[in-house]
Design a protein around this ligand. Sequence first.
Ligand code: THU
Length: 134
Amino acid sequence: MNDEQLIEAAKEAREHAHAPYSNYFVGAAIVDENGDVHTGCNVENAAYPQGNCAEANAIGAMVTAGGKKISVIAAVGGGEKLEFCTPCGGCRQSILEFSDENTRVILIDEEGTIQKYSLDELLPLAFRLRQARL
Ligand code: THU
């Protein structure tokens, strides 16, 4: 699956976003280490902190399906128009958990301009548990 196809998968997931409070609709799509694709959208809740980000839900789908590593994750988001939806701080840490130095985060705006980032760029000096055995 190439970047454009992954972005399409993220856009499709975004169609299902449940965001009646923010009206900010996000979709995410992951290619894992096996080439399998997992998607998620943001799911808000009347009790605001219960809402989940699209990236977190896509990671949940990947882990549930047995995926261990994010090769690429595309995120598309915005209100009426798409804008570069840089993952929130919490999602950067969540993405890091399943990433390596080759993992890339792909973003796109309404004009179709693509931005690509490594986790090191998005989350410098990230917290890591030295003792963690994964
Ligand atoms: N949101 C995401 O799904 N991913 C992000 O990385 C940033 C924010 C969602 C959360 C909330 O439902 C809406 O966008 C507005 O913050």
